[in-house]
Design a protein. Structure first.
Length: 199
């Protein structure tokens, strides 16, 4: 049964990476609230299975840190899905009055989507660098992704102006390259691991 879940988690990670990339296109390039809400929701849901699969690999390394990383990451993934669902609901049925200057009530300025997600990913990626079953470079890329997410959260919280280079550069790097590559790479590693157990 472990093999089938790892394979499922691997596919979920790949789909999370694709959803993240499509979210970046729809949010930054197309500026389409309907699509961005849809892909943000999907990415959050797919990442839940992906990160649970990663936790299975890491829980024998430092079980306390692995569990903390999982809990932070799952909270962030659920928050991301809820944030996307909120945006999707507003795009499908626009309210009579919506103050776009107010932060999202569930995920203010990306607290969950970027801030808490960054902390969780940092812990999980650090653990990847401590164990031998996954490539250390995957862990280092995850740490870089986590730093970009935390910078994005702080930028949106403090600077606020989305066109500021301190926000634009991390957003482009994280959304179009680092995060999608990390998730797809994680998915391939999880599937490779499940295939190894089947032989």
């Amino acid at each position: 049964m472990k093999n089938s879940f790892e394979k499922f988690a691997g596919w979920a990670a790949i789909l999370a990476g694709i959803s993240g990339f499509l979210y970046s296109i729809s949010f930054i390039v197309l500026q389409n609230n309907l699509l961005s809400g849809l892909f943000l929701t999907a990415g959050g849901l797919f990442s839940i299975a992906a990160l649970t699969g990663l936790y299975q690999h890491l829980r024998g390394t430092e079980s306390g840190f692995a569990l903390l990383g999982l809990l932070l990451s799952l909270s962030a993934a659920l928050g991301s899905a809820i944030h996307g669902g909120y945006d999707l609901a507003n795009a499908l049925h626009p309210p009579a009055a919506l103050n776009a200057d107010l932060p999202n009530p569930v995920d203010p300025r990306g607290l969950l989507t970027f801030g808490i997600a960054g902390l969780g990913l940092f812990l999980l990626s650090w653990l990847i660098t401590q164990e031998m079953r996954l490539p250390r470079s995957l862990g280092y890329l995850g740490i870089f992704s986590a730093i970009l997410m935390i910078v994005l959260y702080l930028g949106r919280l403090i600077i606020l102006q989305a066109t500021n280079l301190a926000i634009v550069i991390p957003a482009l790097l994280e959304g179009f390259l680092v995060n999608p590559i990390w998730y797809v790479w994680l998915g391939l590693q999880l599937m490779r691991s499940s295939n190894r157990f089947e032989k």
